[in-house]
Design a protein around this ligand. Structure first.
Ligand code: 4AZ
Length: 243
């Protein structure tokens, strides 16, 4: 996250770190993406984060990824589901959504605590353009291309499809599986390593996963806001697969 601040413990209890271990390697698991806990055994993430060949795990309740914290819950991924219309081109990433089913131990995947909670899927009501929403992640920052040990967050504003499809922004490669959020002047944005993580919007004290960090032309640049998977387009898909 560019232009963000350190998150506070328990502020983003649905945020997960998706970690991958290269096959046959003796290396430890490495953070690759974010994700969002939506049910005790289900995590939503970007399809482009899902590895076909490597074993994956999820860490819940974490703040500092390089420290073992008492709030951490580490859970194996039992299976991954990639959206059937997921497509990546040189221009854009379409339908960038997937689900991870966590492996239960003694009948439990995530244990709900102050630091681990599920996020709500959006109801029918869209959030208006200009709404202030929150992104979070361990991705690259203005201080480090390698990302941040400590979870960061920032407020971003929802940008209308019309503005984001203008030629000076992303043009017609943007489709309705995506939306833009951030600031056209730049400075505050999601970045590499934040992918798959949440963009949360709040209404009446309820936090909804409204977007997933998906792509963008670099990070925090003028006229190149972050592009997010539009969760309202996928609620039926999520509800039919995460069962
Ligand atoms: C990436 O490479 C990436 N500024 C993620 C988010 C954004 C750009 C790139 C949005 O994973």
């Amino acid at each position: 996250v560019y232009g963000g601040v350190k998150a506070t413990p328990g502020e983003h209890p649905w945020q997960v770190s998706l970690q991958v271990k290269p096959v046959g390697s003796q290396q430890d698991f490495q953070h690759t993406c974010g994700g969002v806990l939506i049910k005790p055994c289900w995590v939503l993430t970007a399809a482009h984060c899902i590895s076909k060949h490597n074993s994956m795990r999820v860490v819940l309740g974490a703040m500092n990824l390089v420290k073992d914290e008492p709030t951490d819950q580490t859970v194996e991924v039992e299976k991954a589901i990639i959206h059937e219309n997921y497509k990546e081109t040189s221009e854009a990433v379409y339908n960038d959504i997937g689900l991870l089913k966590l492996k239960a131990v003694d009948g439990h995947c995530a244990n709900e605590t102050k630091f681990v909670k599920t996020a709500c899927l959006p109801d029918g009501e869209p959030f208006p353009d200009g709404s202030a929403c929150i992104i979070s992640g361990w991705g690259a920052t203005e201080k480090s291309d390698y990302g941040s040990d400590h979870l960061q967050d920032a407020t971003v504003l929802l940008i209308s499809q019309e503005r984001c499809k203008s030629e000076k922004v992303y043009g017609s490669v943007l489709d309705d599986s995506m939306f833009c959020a951030g600031y056209l002047k730049g400075g505050v944005d999601s970045c590499q390593g934040d992918s798959g993580g949440p963009l949360m919007c709040q209404r009446d004290k309820v936090h909804y996963v409204y977007g997933l960090v998906s792509w963008g032309d670099s990070c925090a640049k003028e006229n190149k806001p972050g592009v997010y998977t539009r969760i309202t387009k996928f609620t039926d898909w999520i509800n039919s697969h995460a069962v």
